[in-house]
Design a protein around this ligand. Structure first.
Ligand code: ASP
Length: 330
């Protein structure tokens, strides 16, 4: 009898640690990488961006403190950033060459490698919610265009007119690029950022989830789709390695398969999260002359935020620390 109790206790302890029951929750987010330098932004614009990033971190972290999963934390944090007009996702998304908005998003659950994504949606208010619905309520991984809209409608997700996504800052930029060149101030001309949003979280069960949402690239044409809705390129999550969300010039991220590249280096090369992310961004991406960055974390709560541009809107929160950063040197 004694032996039995001893064995079951041992079993219980190892089962708990195997399933990561004692993991410490953490969340990391980004709001896009690009040419973001001090002095280019007004103090009030910078304060608004920092406040929105902090709000997203707080909502995501609190979700997990209250017992929510990493997936729920990612959904909550990205929802805040999609609704904030400062970022290129949801409201505030960039415009296509036709002056409209086509949005992409994806999500991955590292506990079972399930994933969902939408590409080129035009009326779904929160595209990340649609990506989660694809993952949970359809047999597919990636839905695009009109089909994705119909699916989102059937799932009861909130719909908006396409111009809901338009904000004056983006309209002005679009007009300057397409109609009246020269209407931007020198500072506005300088600002070139990709602005996608993303979140990666690990919850107390050791489950990792990652999500990314974007309007894509300004002036994109012909139904162009970037890396953000592509699992393995813009987003990846696997409890055994890490979760990753990317931002940058999508064409490069697709060709490298950036998010999966990080996970593969850990799985097959035995690298740490930091070694893997640094190699992918500062060797592979930089050698190809692609610009951008990523956020990532592993089941132990190690966090990485790497980029090869002058700035990346980013932040993380865990039990010890909460930080929001914009520039290379903070
Ligand atoms: N990666 C996105 C795309 O190429 C853009 C971005 O990160 O802002 O669509």
């Amino acid at each position: 009898m004694k032996n039995y109790i001893f064995l079951s206790t041992v079993w219980l302890i190892s089962a708990l640690s195997l399933s990561g029951q004692n993991a410490v929750p953490a969340i990391v987010i980004h709001g896009g990488a690009g040419t973001i330098e001090r002095g280019m932004m007004t103090d009030s614009a910078e304060a608004e961006i920092r406040a929105a990033l902090q709000a997203a971190l707080d909502v995501g972290y609190t979700t997990m403190e209250n017992g929510g999963s990493a997936l729920e934390a990612v959904a909550a944090a990205i929802g805040v950033l999609e609704d904030a007009p400062q970022f290129n996702a949801g409201r505030g998304a960039v415009m296509t060459s036709e002056g409209r908005h086509e949005l992409d998003a994806s999500v991955m659950d590292g506990s079972n490698l399930n994933a969902g994504a939408v590409a080129g949606v035009t009326t779904v208010k929160n595209p990340l919610r649609a990506a989660i619905a694809v993952m949970e309520k359809s047999p597919h991984v990636l839905l695009s265009g009109a089909g994705a809209e119909t699916f989102a409608r059937e799932q009861g997700l909130e719909q908006v007119e396409n111009d809901y996504f338009t904000v004056p800052r983006i309209r002005k930029r679009y007009d300057a690029m397409n109609k009246d060149q020269g209407q931007l101030t020198p500072a506005e001309k300088e600002v070139s950022k990709f602005g996608t949003v993303g979140a990666v979280a690990v919850d107390s069960n050791g489950n990792i989830a990652a999500g990314t949402s974007t309007g894509g690239m300004m002036n994109k044409r012909f139904g162009r789709i970037g890396d953000s809705p592509l699992i393995g390129a813009g987003t990846y999550a696997d409890n055994a390695t890490c979760g990753v969300s990317c931002t940058g010039h999508g064409e490069y991220f697709i060709r490298i398969g950036v998010a999966k590249d990080v996970a593969d280096q850990m799985e097959y090369g035995g690298k740490t999260l930091e070694q893997a992310t640094r190699y992918t961004i500062h060797s592979k991406l930089t050698d190809m002359k692609g610009g951008g960055g990523l956020i990532a974390l592993d089941a132990d709560g190690n966090i990485s935020m790497e980029f090869n541009t002058s700035g990346m809107y980013r932040g993380f929160k865990n039990e010890n620390e909460s930080k929001v950063e914009i520039y290379k040197e903070e």
